[in-house]
Design a protein around this ligand. Structure first.
Ligand code: PHE
Length: 459
């Protein structure tokens, strides 16, 4: 069955939708935790360099493949060179696993919207409230299913009308609110400790693990290495300037991540002190309710509600980009309808989601085997395996395959020809070709060496 492929309505719509994919829980749930765990200033600096040199280059490459072929992540490789179909498949497998856990965290956000709607009673202990909730067996799974259902609903409405409309309203709103929260957070008495931590560069923090963590986070946050941008690029026409679009997406995504860190880290220092930095992923859920509660009058609850609604929409646009890429791939490659491919994926996604959610309570851990060449076989909690497998192995592997394909197989000259259609001038094309052929593959091989061979556990 051939269905009409969608197309973006405008360049702004495309940039916002792609930024909508990039900006999500990764910026607010993961990024501040990584800054905390990997030593403030050194991590921030490394992150910016990685985004500018590596993330941006891979993003340009992915968008180019998409626009050149007008195909999904797997179909695009099939068309350009059949032997490289596996590159698209690596991305699709990563996306499937990510969506399963992304929906669980998206469900946590829904729960917090509900909490703020019903009076926000945390009994003053934001940390225990959060931990008790995520480790309970049934409730998080129900919220996870609501989140997945909403995602399916928007995607079934089609590309342009669904994704573009949501993103156009959401991005500016989220941005403004984050600025306001960051201002509140940095003006707490004692916030300067947190700011000092964030912006002091210490050579001792500059370790291999930190650089590896920065790269993993950059790929996840920019949504590169999984074929999302191939899919989104495939809905573009030849007039769009890929380079300036990619530049704006990287800038927006990084700005939001920095704002989130500014909003969260100083308030962690104020509430639980430096030790709280070890809380990692739960940061947003534990620190921000405290910021909201500190606001005068009843205004904190309104802020809390609006924040979690915007965070939910940011998570939704990211999850939608994942589901859209999966659906485009399954429906086009197996020649079945978009609806049918969504229903085929629903049950396996739900099962994986449940495993992730249930493993939040260490006493009820579902363990899965894990292997690296230094530590051999180990049994690890299912949630850790899902995150490690995607962030540390599949995404870098996908990005590596994409770069080698673009730089050496399809050849960077062909990519540049595609980019420079309709009068687009690509000023730094030689620098880009050098990065995509040499620098990026070497950097990724280094990441893979440390995670797969050395078994570095990233925090
Ligand atoms: N980039 C998104 C975020 O930061 C998450 C995402 C990962 C989206 C993978 C698409 C693919 O939250």
């Amino acid at each position: 069955m051939k269905e009409n492929r969608g197309k973006w309505n405008s360049k702004l719509g495309f940039i916002l939708a792609t930024a909508g994919s990039a900006v999500g829980l990764g910026n607010i749930w993961k990024f501040p935790g990584k800054v905390g765990a990997n030593g403030g200033g050194a991590f921030l600096l490394t992150y910016v360099i990685v985004v500018a040199l590596i993330g941006f280059s891979v993003m340009i490459g992915e968008l180019t493949i998409g626009r050149a072929t007008h195909k999904n992540a797997v179909g695009a490789f099939k068309q350009l060179n059949k032997k490289w179909t596996f590159a698209g498949i690596i991305g699709i497998v990563a996306l499937f696993i990510i969506l399963a856990y992304y929906a669980v965290v998206g469900g946590w956000v829904l729960k917090y919207i509900f909490v703020y709607l019903t009076g926000a009673n945390f009994n003053g202990d934001y940390g225990s409230y959060f931990v008790n909730f995520i480790s309970s067996p049934i409730e998080p799974i129900l919220w996870d299913l609501v989140f997945l259902g909403l995602c399916i609903f928007v995607i079934s409405k089609g590309v342009t009308s669904g994704i573009e409309k949501v993103s156009k309203v959401l991005m500016p709103g989220l941005f403004i609110l984050l600025v306001a929260i960051a201002i509140r957070s940095v003006t707490f008495a004692g916030a300067s400790e947190g700011l000092k931590f964030m912006f002091t560069f210490r050579w001792s923090d500059f370790t291999v693990d930190m650089v590896v963590a920065a790269m993993g986070q950059a790929f996840f946050s920019l949504s590169v290495g999984m074929g999302i941008l191939i899919t989104y690029g495939s809905y573009l026409d030849e007039k769009t300037n890929l380079i300036s679009s990619a530049k704006w997406i990287c800038i927006l995504d990084t700005l939001v991540a920095f704002l989130a860190a500014l909003a969260i880290i100083p308030s962690v220092f104020v509430t639980v002190g430096k030790d709280g930095l070890g809380m990692g992923g739960g940061f947003a859920f534990m620190a921000l309710p405290h910021v909201f509660a500190s606001l005068p009058g009843g205004i904190g609850n309104i802020f809390g509600l609006v924040f979690f609604v915007l965070l939910f929409l940011a998570a939704l646009t990211s999850a939608m980009s994942i589901l859209e890429s999966l659906v485009a791939c399954v429906s086009e490659e197996f020649n079945i309808s978009r609806h049918k491919s969504m229903s085929m994926m629903f049950i396996p996604l739900t099962i994986l989601s449940m495993g992730y959610s249930l493993s939040q309570d260490p006493s009820r851990n579902i363990n899965l085997p894990w292997f690296d060449f230094t530590n051999g076989f180990q049994m690890l909690a299912m949630n850790a395996v899902m995150e490690k497998l995607t962030d540390n192995v599949l995404i870098p592997l996908g990005a590596l395959a994409f770069c080698i394909f673009i730089g050496w197989v399809w050849k960077s000259e062909n990519a540049i020809k595609e980019i420079e259609q309709e009068g687009t001038v690509f000023k730094f094309k030689n620098v880009w070709a050098f990065l995509i052929r040499y620098v990026v593959p070497v950097a990724i091989i280094v990441i893979l060496y440390f995670t797969v061979i050395k078994g570095v556990v990233l925090s």
